[in-house]
Design a protein. Structure first.
Length: 80
């Protein structure tokens, strides 16, 4: 697996942050936690030699935001 931008200056990080922030109703603090935990999970999988589908990271962010919203008792937000 090639190097994925792990730092908070990468385009990948910025795109994931925008998506998570929108889905979490502008909760940037929680969005950052979601993105960082998803990136960490991806890094751990790569270090263990596990292969993940190309869209895994994006789907992980979506799934984690949905889980948070369910826990809060809020329906998912559909971006316009």
């Amino acid at each position: 697996m090639g190097e994925v931008g792990w730092d908070d200056q990468s385009e990948l990080y910025d795109a994931l942050m925008r998506k998570a922030t929108i889905l979490l109703r502008d909760d940037a603090v929680m969005a950052e936690k979601v993105v960082r935990s998803s990136l960490t999970a991806l890094r751990n999988a790569a270090e263990q030699g596990r292969s993940l589908p190309p869209n895994w990271l994006d789907q992980a962010v979506v799934d984690r935001t949905r889980s948070i919203l369910r826990h809060r008792g809020q329906p998912p937000r559909i971006p316009e």
